[in-house]
Design a protein around this ligand. Sequence first.
Ligand code: COA
Length: 427
Amino acid sequence: MNNNRIDFFREAAPYIHLHRGKTFVIAFEGEVIESKEFSQLIHDIAILSALGARIVLVHGARSQVDKHLEALKHNIQVVDDLRVTDDITLQVAKETIGALRVEIENQLTHALSTPPIINESLGVLSGNFITAKPLGVHNGTDYQHTGTVRKINAKLIKQLIDAGSIVLLSSLGFSPSGEAFNLRYEDVASATAKALQADKLIFIHNDNATPTTDIELRELNEFIHNHPSQKRLLNHIKTSLLNGVQRVHLLSTKTADALFLELYTRDGIGTMFNASLYEETRQAKVADVSGIIDLIIPLEEKGVLIKRSREQLELEIDQFSVIERDGKIIGCAALYPVDNNTGELASLAIHPEYTGGGRGDALLKRISNIATDKRLNQLLVLTTQSVDWFKERGFTLGDLSDLPDKKKALYNFQRNSKILLKNILLA
Ligand SMILES: CC(C)(COP(=O)(O)OP(=O)(O)OC[C@H]1O[C@@H](n2cnc3c(N)ncnc32)[C@H](O)[C@@H]1OP(=O)(O)O)[C@@H](O)C(=O)NCCC(=O)NCCS
C-alpha cells in the first residue's frame, strides 16, 4: 500500500480520537452549495459524523436569493452591508431557503447511506430551532423582515446531535408570534456555536483561501486590514470570538479536501482564529501586588501557603515571578535566597481555573533558571499539600537536618510542612 496513505493515517489517528464527541458547527455560504466541490464536502461531513463528531450545519443562501430577485427584476436593497428584507424578498428567501434545505438534506442522506457509514443515527434533521427578533430601524433605515438571533434552542439541538444526528440550520428564524425573519447565516452559526459551547466553529467560503496560519484575537484587526475581500466574514469571526467561541476555522472550497486537511493533519490547511488571550510569564512588579494577593489569599486561608502581608509582598516583589493573562495575575512563584548554596521556592500558586495547563511547570522552570543564574545549587520547598507534585519533578523528601541553619531556626513545627530539596545543578 502507498506509504503516504499509511503516514496520513498515522498522523490522523490522534485527531480522530481527539474529535470524537466534540461539537462542530460548520457554516457555509450559498456559493459553496453551487460549487463543484460541494458533493465531496457533504461526503466528508458524513464521514466526520461517522467518526463520532457532533455536527451542526448552517447554510447561507445570499447568492441564490439575489439571483431570484434579479430574475424577478426586484430591487435588491443593501444598507451598511445588510440586506433590507421587504415582503417580496422575504417570500423569495423562504422559497429559496426551503429548496436549498431539501437539496442539502437529500445529498447528506445519500452520503450517509452510500456506503452505509452511519449506524443507528437519525440521519440529518432540520427544524425550527432559532427564535428571531426584528433588526428594526438603524440610522433611518427600516430593515423590515431582516432579523437577528434572539435564542437558539440549544437543549433540543444537543439531544439530537448526542443521538448521532446531523442538525441542519438555515438563515430563517421565527419570532414567538410566528413572524418570519431573514437572518445572516454567519449570525446563526456564531450564536449556535456560542449556545452549544461548540469546540469549533468552521466557516467555509468559495473565495480564494486565506493563509495557513494561527491568528490570535489581538492580531485579528491587522489580519482584517490585510484581507479586505474577506472583511465581512472576518468581522463575524471577530464577533464570535468576542462572544465566547474559542476556535474558529476559515476554509476555502478552492483548497482541495480542506475540511479533512484542517481537522486531521498537524499543520492544518486553513486559517485558525483563537480567542486565547494574551499571556506571559515575567518578573513581578509592585503593580502586581494586588493581583498576587487575590491569587494567594484563598490558599493562605486553606493553610496551603504561608501568610504574607501586603507590606511584606511589596518589599519582596523582586523575588516574585508572575503569569499574567489578559491583565489578570493567574500564577505566581517566588525565590528567596537562603544562603550561598540554597534558594527557597515559595508561594507557587496557579489560579484554580487554570491548573493542569503546565503553568506550574513553567514557573518552576523559571525559578530554577533564576536560581542557577544566582549560582545557587539547590532549591528548597516547604509544602503541606503538594509533596507529590514536587517529587514528580525531581525533588526528594528531606528532614530538619537538611535545612540550612538560618531556615532551621524559622521552621514552623505547627505547620509541619514537608521539606523537599532538589539539586538544580543536576537538573
Ligand atoms: C501545584 C500547582 C502549582 C500546580 O500547578 P499546575 O499549573 O496545575 O501544574 P501543571 O499543569 O504543571 O501540573 C499539573 C499536574 O500536577 C498534578 N497536581 C496538581 N496539584 C497537585 C498536588 N497538590 N499534588 C500532586 N499533584 C498535583 C495535577 O493532577 C496534574 O497532573 P496530570 O498532569 O497527571 O493530570 C497548583 O495546583 C497550585 O497552585 N496548587 C496550590 C498551591 C501549592 O500547593 N503550591 C505549592 C507550595 S509552594
